[in-house]
Structures are given as structure tokens and as C-alpha cells.
Design a protein around this ligand. Structure first.
Ligand SMILES: [Zn+2]
Length: 354
């Protein structure tokens, strides 16, 4: 008997382009959202985007409320939930880098409200995906959440963000190569649920980005366009899969472990990029795909070594040898992880350790 079923949740409107910040009002009308919006932002994005958007909404008679969060913590999520209740908000608009959007996403999930994602930096795929990630003590939790009802990505604003945020977004996309390799492996060895559509979309997204790496240059607004579209595709792949598998494998475990061992040392995307070089090596032997990943990261000026990440050798080896255990997600690292000698070997062979 055929008894499969699937439920794919996607953003309904994705608006990307120069000056589209002012389309937030149109998007709200198109979605037929009723009631009061609560804008969730953090200090810098507030100036460049949230205050002007609040003025637009005010003019349209939507009486927005606004809350500014300082850090990506569960405390901040609770603050937003309290503000939404106090202001009698009907939906949330996350405006900022990853932080404000992650917090809006998790608060809206708790409140059972819709939310809009208005990224001001193309720094990671959380701006579109159905996953939320907030630090909890010394670790980072990725939890299932609703995808945004809409994404409004103004490339004029994104292009003004610090350049390393854009290269981090690129590296997060490039790491899809190894995420999909791990997913296929887990499917073969552990019968993990697998979607050919989601895997193909995720891989193709990474490929298109690598093919266009020449157009990813500081000061070029087209860079923001290319990276944002890739982040949207990657988010769609995760929505089709119903999990983060298309965009998160062992390279993400490695990055999450670095977050614990060396908090704040490097950006998420940069860490997963370096992780991806090494896990591609583990998948594929001496040359080949790891070299392509390395070269693509290098060409966009993303880190390819431990020292460029600001991580010392011992921390890198510790992260690589222990990260398999932080989450029940089967990858090339297996259930036992890799030992220290093998970890040093892969790090040296790939040039991550010099
Ligand atoms: Zn990521």
C-alpha cells in the first residue's frame, strides 16, 4: 500500500533587489496580514532598515511596534514574546543579520504567529530556512521552526554590510557539497530519509555559486544578489527535505563544536567552509572536490586555514575529533569519530593546518 506523505512549507513571497525595502508594505498587503506588526531588530540594522520600514508601515496605517534585541539568546526570545503580547502584535518582522531573524523566527514559532524575514546581511541560510539556531549555555541548538511567510532582501542594504558577512554566506552555501555527501552516505548506511529533489537543488545551488565566484567581489551589489538567491534556494531545499540535511553535515558539526570550544572566534559560514574542505577530503581521498571547495573559498577571500579562522591547532583537532558526538546525525565521521592522527593528517593534507 502506498502510504507516504509529505508537507512542504515554503515562503510565499520572496522579493530580492535594489531598493525593495519599501516593498514590505506591499508584501504585507499581498499576504492579507491583519493586525499590528512587531518589528524585531538589533541596534545597527535598526538604523539602516528597521526605522525606515517602521516609518513606511506607520504611513500605511499599520501602527508598528518595535523591539531591539542585543544578543542571540533565549532571554532575547522571551523578551520578544513578552513584547508581542504587551503590544498585541499579530505577526513579527525580523529585520537584521542572522541574530534578529533567528530570534523573530523562534518567537513567532512559540507565539504561533507568522513572521517576515528582512535580512540586512547575506551571512547564512537561516534568513530563509525553516531552522532556528540560538545559543543555549555553551552550545548552539538548531531547532525546527516555521519558514518565513516572506523574505524581503534589499541588495542595496545587503551590499553595505561588512564584506566578511557576505563571504560567510557564500561559504555556508559552498558547504552544501559536503552536507549532501553526508546525507547520501547516511541514507545508504543508516536508511536516513532522503530526497533526491532537495539534494539536487542544494548541490546545484553550491555549483552555481562556485561558477559565479568571479562576480562575488567587495563593493559589487551583484554579489549580494547572487548570494541571497543562493541562500533562498538552499532554504527551499531544506523546506523540501523537511530537515536541515541538504545544507548541514559534518562540516556543521565541526562548526558547532568550534562555537563551544572557541566562542566567537569566527563566523558560522567561515567555520563550515573550512570544515567542508576537510570533510570533502575524508569523503573523496587525495584530490578532487576538496580542492575545488578550497579554491572557491580562497577566490572569494573566505578563510581556508585554522589561523585565518583565528583558531589554534589544538582547538581545531579537538573540534574535529569530538564533533561527531554532539548530535545524532550520521556523517562521514561515523559513530566513533576520527582519531587524532587521522585528524592531523586531513588537516595538514588539505592545508588547513600549515
Ligand atoms: Zn550553515
Amino acid at each position: 500500500m502506498f502510504d507516504k506523505s509529505t508537507w512542504i512549507r515554503l515562503p510565499r513571497n520572496v522579493v530580492v533587489g535594489h531598493g525593495v525595502r519599501s516593498a514590505v508594505v506591499d508584501v504585507i498587503e499581498d499576504l492579507h496580514l491583519q493586525g499590528r506588526p512587531l518589528l524585531v531588530t538589533s541596534p545597527t540594522p535598526r538604523k539602516v532598515a528597521a526605522d525606515p520600514i517602521a516609518a513606511d508601515l506607520e504611513k500605511a496605517g499599520l501602527t508598528p511596534a518595535l523591539v531591539t534585541v542585543e544578543s542571540a539568546t533565549f532571554g532575547a526570545v522571551e523578551e520578544v514574546i513578552a513584547a508581542a503580547e504587551a503590544e498585541e502584535a499579530a505577526y513579527l518582522v525580523g529585520i537584521g543579520g542572522g541574530k534578529a531573524i533567528d530570534i523573530a523566527k523562534m518567537a513567532s514559532d512559540h507565539l504561533d504567529m507568522g513572521f517576515l524575514s528582512v535580512p540586512t546581511a547575506a551571512s547564512h541560510d537561516g534568513i530563509v530556512s525553516n531552522r532556528g539556531s540560538v545559543p543555549d549555555g555553551d552550545s548552539r541548538h538548531s531547532v525546527a521552526a516555521e519558514p518565513p511567510l516572506a523574505v524581503v532582501a534589499d541588495t542595496g542594504i545587503l551590499a553595505e554590510a561588512p564584506w566578511e558577512l557576505t563571504t560567510a554566506g557564500c561559504a555556508d552555501i559552498i558547504s552544501n557539497y559536503t552536507a549532501v555527501m553526508d546525507w547520501r552516505l547516511a541514507h545508504r548506511l543508516k536508511d536516513v530519509v532522503y530526497s533526491e529533489y532537495a539534494a539536487a537543488l542544494s548541490e546545484m545551488t553550491a555549483e552555481i555559486l562556485v561558477d559565479n565566484a568571479d562576480l562575488v567581489r567587495p563593493g559589487l551589489e551583484e554579489s549580494a544578489w547572487i548570494v541571497t538567491k543562493a541562500l533562498v534556494s538552499s532554504g527551499v531545499a531544506m523546506s523540501i527535505a523537511g530537515s536541515s540535511r541538504p545544507a548541514s553535515g559534518a562540516e556543521h558539526l565541526f562548526s558547532h563544536q568550534l562555537d563551544r570550544l572557541a566562542p566567537g572566534a569566527a563566523l558560522h559560514g567561515h567555520q563550515v567552509g573550512v570544515g567542508s574542505i576537510m570533510t570533502a577530503y575524508l569523503h573523496g581521498g587525495d584530490r578532487g572536490i576538496w580542492q575545488d571547495i578550497h579554491d572557491a573559498l580562497d577566490s572569494i577571500d573566505a578563510p581556508t586555514t585554522a589561523s585565518e579562522l583565528g583558531i589554534d591547532d589544538e582547538t581545531l583537532i579537538e573540534a574535529l575529533t569530538t564533533c561527531h558526538s554532539i548530535r545524532d546525525r550520521y556523517t562521514i565521521l561515523g559513530e566513533e569519530g576520527i582519531n587524532e592522527r587521522a585528524a592531523r593528517e586531513v588537516a595538514i593534507k588539505t592545508g588547513v593546518l600549515e
